[in-house]
Design a protein around this ligand. Structure first.
Ligand code: BEZ
Length: 258
């Protein structure tokens, strides 16, 4: 779901898959963890353009993809006409039939308004014994990227940027899962430096793609110098000879509804 701030619903779904195709490509191990079985009902929460939804469907599961971005869902429907996709918000979706599993890749951190509400909705969507298998940004995710943003914003006399993401620690998220009726079977927390191969403009491109809402309302002639400064500040940590890296930290888990 990417409803939390208006500009996020305007993500460019073509760029998401071409320039930022790693979002889907990196999700493949998560599908293995889900291990979808023929005939199972699976909900893909925050499905984006549906690449992993289709992968799950190819294993014989009956999948519904949900995403907060109409543009993403439009593209998913066009790419995978045999699969069900709907626009919906993780904070208030309901389903009529229980699911065997809820899957979510690189999406839960966007559902930052009320993470417990999202977990509760997932629980409601699952049958007893149903699995919740997901990967999201964990505590410290994008620390260098966001530190460079904060410093650049401050240097330009702008208020601290209000970041739209939720990056919990493993303990915090496990506690929330348990509080809402899940047994946590697996929880991994690891660095995953991610090449921004398709970002010739480095951190600046990343900000334009994922934090575009923070640029809205700024004087237009400020944006380029501001983002050039973000690049200068982020470069020592994130620019390698081979190109830019994003300092991603992943929280991956598999939990079962009691
Ligand atoms: C992530 O996948 O960790 C992420 C991507 C874009 C913005 C923030 C986090």
């Amino acid at each position: 779901m990417r409803y939390d701030t208006p500009s996020l619903t305007r993500w460019n779904s073509r760029a998401y898959d071409s320039s930022f195709g790693y979002v889907s490509a990196k999700g493949a191990p998560l599908v293995e963890l889900l291990d979808p079985q023929p005939g199972e009902r699976v909900l893909d929460l925050g499905c984006g353009t549906g690449v992993l939804t289709a992968e799950i469907a190819s294993r014989g599961a009956r999948v519904l993809g949900i995403d907060g971005s109409p543009a993403m869902i439009e593209k998913a429907l066009a790419q995978f006409p045999g699969i069900d996709f709907i626009v919906g918000d993780g904070h208030d979706f309901t389903v009529v039939e229980g699911y065997d599993a809820v899957f979510s890749n690189a999406a839960l951190h966007w559902m930052s308004r009320d993470p417990e509400r999202v977990i509760e909705n997932v629980r409601e969507a699952l049958l007893p014994g149903g699995r919740f298998v997901a990967e999201m940004g964990g505590a410290g995710n994008c620390a260098e990227l966001t530190a460079a943003m904060s410093t650049a914003w401050r240097e330009y006399g702008l208020p601290e940027p209000g970041l739209p993401w939720y990056f919990p620690s493993p303990a915090e998220y496990a506690g929330r899962l348990e509080k809402h009726g899940f047994v946590v079977r697996l929880l991994e927390y690891f660095d995953r430096p991610t090449p921004l191969d398709e970002c010739p403009g480095g951190a600046a491109d990343w900000v334009r793609m994922f934090a575009a809402n923070l640029l809205e309302g700024l004087p237009p002639d400020l944006v380029d110098p501001l983002l050039r400064r973000v690049n200068e500040l982020a470069a020592p940590a994130l620019r390698r000879e081979t190109g830019w890296m994003a300092d991603y930290v992943r929280l991956r888990f598999a939990a079962v509804r009691r």
